[in-house]
Design a protein around this ligand. Sequence first.
Ligand SMILES: NC(=O)c1ccc[n+]([C@@H]2O[C@H](COP(=O)([O-])OP(=O)(O)OC[C@H]3O[C@@H](n4cnc5c(N)ncnc54)[C@H](O)[C@@H]3O)[C@@H](O)[C@H]2O)c1
Length: 354
Amino acid sequence: MRVVEESICCSNTKVFIGRGIVREILEKEINGNVLIVRQDAVDPKYVISTLKTKPHEIVLPGGDQIKDINIVMQIIQLLSEKGFQRRDYIIALGGGALTDVAGFAASIYMRGIRLINIPTTILGMVDAALGGKNAVNFHGIKNIIGSFYQPHIVISDLIYLDTLPRKEFIGGLAEVIKYGATLDYELFKYLSSNSTRILDRDYEAIEYIVYRSTINKLSIVKHDPYELKNVRIVLNYGHTVGHAIEAVTGFAVPHGMAIAVGMVCEAIIGEGIGITEKGVVDILVNILKMYGLPTSLRELNIRVEQEVLLNAMLKDKKRHGDYIYLPIPTSLGSWTPYKISINEMRSAIEKCLG
Ligand SMILES: NC(=O)c1ccc[n+]([C@@H]2O[C@H](COP(=O)([O-])OP(=O)(O)OC[C@H]3O[C@@H](n4cnc5c(N)ncnc54)[C@H](O)[C@@H]3O)[C@@H](O)[C@H]2O)c1
């Protein structure tokens, strides 16, 4: 088992990574009432069998539709009816959508009840369950209501990946490649030479990439916990173009696939303005292909008007007036923020998506 501990703003977060570790961690930690907010696709037996008293449970389906304020109210109603106090626990057991909604409820009930995240997807383990951002969607706008609230502990138990569908598994790996490409050349090299082991779900290899990703994410969050500096934006590499692809296709393109294309496009933009070293784009394309991820709109089999895509990008939260702050890889494993004007963006996307 690997442990990562980081002090973020005013709290301490401990992340445990390993296989079959839930029991060991929860037995030591839990000392109060528990509400498990759980994904229906995930078996709760490892959690429930550990607890001394019978937990309350809310079971939610898969998909982003659970990121709804009514679900938050359902969680809060149960906590309130059952007399939960601040030192009791919410255990969020599921993918990124579930940890986002349960985390938001945890952050506002009594101004914060203890939160234990047990992510059950790769994306949850390397990204969503870490870093304290929680949110629900509202009136069709993604993540528009939310909070910053760090989980007390995160248990990334790889046993949950046994049942994760391949498409979800591969999509989550796009975020791991993102860390390698912008922050961690060692990780990038490891991903390049161990694709077969990782795709075959060799748990030693997966433990290593989840561990490196966790360190990368928390070290960035530590420096910019409230996303106020131009530091945390690196976690959004590939996401300006990726989110736009998701939005214009009505979220028909899965997140991991969209940001894979986004990463290539944003690196091509970087090469065009002379920030990204020559050769980075080709290496990036190769590694994405190795993992079965798409690298162009053509491979996604979609046709989108560039102006429509650009309009979707203008809704990016990294936009400030006529500019967007893009995180751009300089060489593999390092990056820089670049303030790109809307006009420059227009001609740049023509090159990368045309
Ligand atoms: N808070 C953050 O910092 C942050 C960062 C990145 C993404 N997110 C959010 O995360 C969400 C995406 O997360 P995701 O990719 O985990 O998708 P998801 O939560 O929608 O889960 C994907 C699917 O996998 C199923 N599933 C989950 N675990 C499973 C398991 N172990 N076995 C079988 N099926 C399982 C779910 O039921 C669902 O159908 C988005 O809402 C995104 O906005 C948040």
